[in-house]
Design a protein. Structure first.
Lengths: 170, 669
């Protein structure tokens, strides 16, 4: 009898694990990145957007899942993931760059200057240091800040939807 | 056994593969990608367990009870706090006697576990165990309790064979202001008062705590009269000498009236009668610690010293006095890829006893000097590997000494997951009882003449040895699920036990005609133990938290002769399975509910059946300063026994019934 109670409780536990579950913050960040790519105007005829990820963190595990996902009219543009190191050659092939860790972030941002790369990160002071979109956590919700000056300098054309929904546009 | 090991290995292997694979890639739910940006901005997130950061990168089976856990606990008394820890069996034998051990070998006189409070050992050299009824502190002032399952010999020294429990109280800086707490319930009435204040460089606290604990029940549900009471007080001063140097001075005094069941032998049937007697106990300690530590790198040293005196009198069986003097120096520094820790220490024990005819020590006054030295190196190889090697060397006087080495390897599978392996060797030195006691127990009667057995200690006992192989995994997988798995295989040698007497019983006339057979303690037993513990934690929502811990243990012991005391029967004195499921739900700012379910499987040697205990708790905070809790324990079961004194001491088992308590806490500044 006691063993049966235990079994029922364990199955209940497994069920609650599947049924419930508040969103993991890093999963949500990846969903935001997907939308940032979706609401940016890329060149006509571009068939592939390369999303580069630099650094190691849990966000990376989720961002990798964006590989081979589609955006754009008729789902015609494909997202391709590329994991890169800090070298300049690697960065040249990127359309979007997600920076996971704050170490070397400033140097990386220096390397992206003048190139048409949408830089996104969740690290502190990212837009202050020249990043284009920064994700921040506020009271258990995710918000984002846009450095519009930097976006224009990098010739990144953001949809008005993004500008409207951003917490702050600098 | 082979079949078990193979099945376990394949289970562990497939579980590890599952965990690693799922830990490294994470799927974004398709639903989430279909949501509008506006909706994404409205989703609530929960952050990853902070708990994991506390145990991260430690290549050992470690469980931490946090101050938050203590706030939501079902414990009234200190030993009850350990009920939630996997691998630990907490059994209440009588109202004041507890049997607590890790991974096997439990007993009222369990001797394979080292307990420390703020660096001071709580165990008694008399039987190398802990008199749990004499240890207490202000539970709300505990910062954390670290429970390490597995030999801690290389750092903690001898007697940390099956594990270490380290109780760390908050610094005086963190216990400022007034705390007043009363707890009234069917099991105990407890009053606690603490006050803390500070100047620029010095913080202090003083406290007092008084409690009265009710007696347990017999198998008919009647109270058995083993209630007890204690009063305790103390202080702690934390003085900031400089940015890195600090001095801590603390002291506690406590006294209590305990109750014990005593067996009185008489010359006619039933030959042994059980009486409850009042025992008086006192203890006090004074502790000093000078520490120099760089916060950013954690390098530094400390010098600590303490004096601890405790005594028990008015006992039918054995009165005793124990004095402990301890001084220890430890240094931690970094050199290139290595973290080095080394230490040197000295401890002196002085024990004097006054026994009775049924039980006494010869010699009745014992002194022992122990010197120890340990070294540990932690090597960081590349980015993913940590290799920790260490050893402790101890001498115990009269030429006896022991070396306890260990080697541990940690591999970081990803930034969220790690696995580790450990091989270590630890010893447990014989206690004073095992070396010097002389005790008589009643065995049987034949034609009106009683037969007794004389159990003797043995001065020539060697230390018990343990070689332990452990393997573990720890990680956060699949969103917010924290999993901690530890498995072990232990080989014990030279275990101390008392075999049944070999020689024919002698006839003696005094104090009345009887037969007596003699036997003594020897290192003739060895054993193997294996098992695993798994601990899972998940935040279902930001306010609802679920924890489940399961432990499995299998112990087999063998000796070339039949054993009568601390012998092979201990194989069946440990529950094969232990499970607890704990949930905590913060309904709103003022109201929190929790429930806990515990399952403990049979303890065959004491004929104690498996049981389920359900506990529940409701906390209401009408204002930020006041907290009121109602806790009900064992609400599903009118009563059940948890343990027996010991196979040789035949007192009937006590039972723990339903209990409820109301606790009111006031925090003022």
């Amino acid at each position: 009898m006691k063993k049966r109670i235990i079994l029922i409780l364990l199955t209940f536990l497994m069920w609650t694990n599947i049924a419930m579950g508040v969103k993991n913050i890093n999963e949500l960040k990846a969903a935001f990145v997907y939308n940032f790519i979706k609401y940016t105007y890329w060149n006509e005829g571009k068939k592939k957007i390369t999303l580069c990820i630099v650094g190691n963190s849990e966000e990376k595990n989720y961002l990798i899942d964006l590989d081979n996902k589609y955006i754009g009219k008729n789902n015609s543009i494909k997202i391709a993931i590329k994991i890169i190191n800090y070298s300049e050659e690697d960065i040249n092939g990127c359309d979007v760059l997600y920076i996971c860790k704050k170490q070397n972030a400033k140097e990386i941002l220096q390397k992206t200057k003048g190139k048409r790369i949408l830089t996104i990160s969740a690290i502190d002071n990212f837009v202050k240091n020249g990043g284009i979109i920064q994700l921040i956590k506020e009271e258990n919700r995710l918000k984002f800040i846009i450095n519009y000056t930097e976006a224009r300098k990098s010739k990144i054309n953001l949809s008005s939807k993004l500008l409207r929904l951003a917490k702050e546009v600098k | 056994m082979k079949k078990f090991v193979l099945t376990l290995l394949s289970l562990v292997f497939s579980l590890l593969v599952f965990l690693v694979v799922n830990g490294n890639t994470a799927n974004i739910s398709p639903r989430l990608l279909k949501l509008d940006l506006e909706d994404l901005l409205n989703i609530e997130v929960t952050s990853v367990s902070k708990y994991k950061q506390k145990v991260e990168d430690i290549p050992a089976a470690i469980y931490v009870i946090t101050a938050e856990d203590i706030k939501h606990s079902y414990a009234n008394l200190l030993p009850e706090l350990f009920r939630d820890v996997p691998g630990v069996y907490v059994a209440r034998i009588t109202s004041s006697d507890w049997a607590i051990s890790i991974r096997g070998f439990n007993d009222r006189f369990a001797n394979k576990l080292l307990i420390l409070m703020d660096g001071r050992t709580l165990y008694t050299p008399i039987f190398s165990g802990v008199f749990w009824e004499r240890q207490d502190t202000v539970l709300d002032d505990i910062e954390r309790i670290e429970v390490i399952r597995g030999p801690g010999g290389s750092i903690w020294g001898a007697n940390a064979v099956n594990g270490v429990i380290n109780i760390v109280t908050k610094s005086a800086w963190d216990t400022q202001g007034l705390l007043l707490k009363t707890s009234i319930g069917s099991d105990a009435t407890i009053i606690t008062a603490r006050y803390g204040a500070h100047t620029q460089n010095l913080a202090y606290r003083i406290y007092t705590k008084a409690k009265e604990v009710s007696s347990l029940l017999n198998n008919k549900g009647e109270k058995v009269g083993d209630d007890w009471r204690t009063i305790q007080g103390g202080f702690r001063i934390d003085y900031k000498i400089s940015d890195t140097k600090s001095l801590r001075i603390s002291s506690d005094i406590s006294s209590g009236i305990y109750s014990a069941l005593h067996t009185l032998y008489i010359p006619e049937p039933p030959y042994e009668i059980f009486l409850t007697e009042d025992l008086y106990g006192f203890q006090g300690n004074i502790f000093l610690k000078l520490e120099n530590r760089k916060k950013e790198t954690d390098e530094g040293w400390y010098l600590q010293s303490y004096y601890d005196a405790s005594s028990l009198w008015h006992s039918f069986l054995l009165d005793w006095n124990t004095d402990i003097f301890d001084i220890e120096f430890r240094h931690h520094f970094h050199r290139r890829n290595s973290h080095w820790t080394w230490g040197i220490g000295y401890r002196k024990y002085i024990v004097s006893t006054e026994g009775s005819e049924a039980y006494y020590f010869r010699p009745d006054k014992i002194e022992q000097d122990i010197v120890n030295l340990f070294v540990q190196n932690e090597l960081h190889l590349k980015d993913h590997w940590n290799l920790i090697t260490g050893s402790k060397y101890e001498t115990y006087g009269n030429g006896a000494d022991a070396i306890q080495p260990s080697i541990k390897l940690l591999y970081k599978i990803s930034h969220n997951q790690s696995c580790w392996i450990s091989i270590s060797h630890a010893v447990r030195t014989p206690s004073m009882a095992e070396k010097y006691m002389i005790g008589n127990i009643f065995e049987r009667q034949e034609s009106g003449i009683p037969f007794y057995i004389e159990l003797r200690g043995n001065d020539n006992l060697k230390p018990e040895k343990l070689t332990a192989f452990e393997l573990g995994y720890r990680g956060i997988i699949k969103k917010n699920l924290f999993v901690d798995l530890a498995t072990y295989y232990y080989i014990y040698d030279d275990l101390i036990t008392i075999p049944t007497p070999k020689d024919f019983p002698e006839y003696q006339k005094d104090p009345w005609p009887h037969f007596i057979a003699k036997t003594f303690a020897q290192n003739i037993m060895n054993g193997k133990s294996y098992g695993f513990e798994i601990s899972i934690q998940k935040n279902l929502t930001n306010n609802l938290n679920l924890k489940a811990n399961y432990s499995y243990n299998h112990l087999s012991l063998s000796a070339p002769q039949d054993t009568i005391f601390m012998g092979e029967y201990l194989e069946k004195a440990w529950p094969r399975h232990m499970l607890n499921i704990i949930s905590n739900w913060k309904i709103n700012d003022k109201l929190t509910i929790g429930t806990r379910l515990r399952y403990i499987s049979d303890i065959p040697i004491y004929k104690i059946n498996d049981y389920i205990a359900i506990d529940t708790r409701l906390t209401w905070k009408p204002s930020p300063r006041i907290s009121i809790s109602i806790v009900g324990t064992n609400i599903n079961d009118p009563r059940h026994p948890e343990y027996r004194q010991n196979v040789a001491i035949r007192t009937p088992p006590r039972e723990i019934g339903r209990s409820i308590f109301l606790s009111i806490k006031f925090l003022g500044l």
